[in-house]
Design a protein around this ligand. Structure first.
Ligand code: ACO
Length: 410
């Protein structure tokens, strides 16, 4: 039976979102979480697929701006809430939604689309590359010291109720937005996301706790975390589950991690989302007792290759011609000459000149924010060097001084 793909209507949201929840297992989100996503949904940027009266496909796109190397914020569709009913899977419904969505994103004039994937294998076929990664860490905190600089002793730490500290924490967070490529400019309403704390999602851990860090009377950092009480044979061995540590002063950052690793009756500290070059890894006395794993985080798609490549700066001078393959968005296909450096901006225009490097739009997405290097991708056979020297030149230029990072999901 033919299905109908169209923009979501206000009256359909509840049913539509329920079908999304079902595709993720069918456990309804807590009312406060559902309510927030109801407010954040951009209806005119959301799609539903209908089989008669039944909703069988969902997809949304938040109107984000993403920080890129050089500090600019680039308009990006934040692809989200993607699902297809299990009764209708593998018959092209996702492909239809991705087709319509990328055409829409192009029409909205947004050079990028970004997403976090439930499974990394889904989106490569639509031109997404893994543009940021994240580190997860599990610290044996009884065996690991946090070797904080002396300045950390001047930092004052205080417990504050999460809600009471929310505004202060948000202003610290806002000072960090844009310090790494991959961060999202804050849109109204999103400041509520880190405060969500549904009891059913705690898995036996405490309600969210907050400690703020002050230096010279000013709030310069905060940590939000849960403690999960555990004991074995009468010995307490609880786990600290870190949701977020943010600071604008290195001393405060170190003081907060020293605090988290020193809470009485706890033995493990876990954090699920850190930049891969997080300073924490240089603060700990024994990195081997910190189980660090790296995962994909934000997947990036260049919807308009020329605009996207012009929007960032390049670590070192670069002048290369790319031969770009993009079967799903053929308007990007062909040769582009990119010339730019760290300060003067960049130009990326169509050219008839011979190509120096051949790759697909997926590799450009992986390298765009400075995460994967073009050399690394060439090692996997995914970038071909056609002019000797072009690969090293472009690879260094595409780098970022700090690893790109997405601080929160969407
Ligand atoms: C940004 C986000 O929201 S991520 C969340 C994604 N949603 C989920 O994971 C919820 C549960 N899963 C689902 O809802 C669905 O299985 C989806 C959305 C992942 C796929 O929807 P479908 O309509 O079945 O995909 P569709 O039929 O268009 O598949 C297109 C191609 O992708 C492949 N594909 C689809 N899903 C997957 C997957 N999970 N892993 C690997 N390949 C996949 C298909 O095999 C097909 O390949 P082909 O073109 O070579 O034949």
């Amino acid at each position: 039976m033919a299905t109908d793909l169209r923009t979501l209507r206000d009256s359909e949201w509840d049913n539509w979102y329920g079908k999304l929840e079902r595709a993720f297992g069918g456990v309804a989100e807590a009312p406060e979480e559902r309510g927030l996503y109801r407010e954040l949904t951009a209806l005119d940027r959301s799609l539903g697929v209908w089989d008669g009266a039944e909703c069988v496909g969902t997809a949304g796109a938040f109107p984000f701006r993403v920080s890129v190397p050089g500090g600019a914020f680039v308009a990006a569709a934040g692809v989200t809430m993607v699902s297809v009913a299990a009764t209708h899977r593998r018959r092209g419904i996702l492909t239809g939604m991705m087709r319509r969505q990328l055409d829409d994103v192009r029409g909205w004039g947004e050079p990028l689309a970004v997403l976090t994937a439930s499974e990394p294998a889904i989106y490569g076929r639509f031109g997404y590359g893994i543009g940021t990664r994240k580190a997860t860490v599990r610290i044996e905190s009884q065996r690991v010291r946090v070797e904080a600089p002396a300045e950390a002793d001047r930092v004052r730490l205080r417990y504050v109720e999460v809600a009471e500290a929310a505004e202060r924490c948000e202003s610290v967070y806002l000072r960090t937005v844009g310090t790494r490529p991959g961060m999202l400019a804050r849109l109204p309403g999103w400041e509520r996301l880190p405060l969500l704390d549904p009891e059913r999602d705690r898995g036996g851990a405490s309600p969210l706790q907050c400690v703020v860090a002050e230096l010279g009377g000013e709030t310069v950092g905060f940590a939000r975390f849960h403690v999960k009480p555990e004991s074995a044979h009468g010995v307490d061995c609880s786990t600290v589950l870190v949701r977020e540590v943010t600071a604008v002063e290195p001393a405060a950052y170190a003081a907060l991690w020293r605090f988290l690793c020193g809470i009485d009756l706890t033995e493990i500290v876990e954090c699920g989302n850190l930049p891969v070059d997080d300073p924490l890894f240089s603060l700990v006395s024994d990195i081997r007792r910190c189980d660090v794993r790296v995962r994909d985080s934000m997947h990036v798609r260049l919807v308009d290759v020329g605009q996207a490549l012009e929007a960032r700066t390049y670590l070192t001078p670069v002048d290369v011609v790319f031969e770009v393959a993009d079967a799903f968005c053929p308007w990007n296909e062909g040769r582009w000459r990119l010339a730019g450096d760290a300060k003067g901006g960049a130009s990326c225009k169509r050219t008839e000149e011979p190509a120096d490097l051949a790759l697909s739009v997926r590799e450009l997405g992986a390298a765009y924010l400075g995460d994967a290097s073009l050399l690394e991708l060439a090692g996997a056979g995914r970038v071909r060097e056609l002019r000797p020297g072009a690969l090293a030149e472009a690879s260094v230029a595409f780098g970022s001084a700090v690893a790109p990072w997405l601080p929160h999901g969407f």
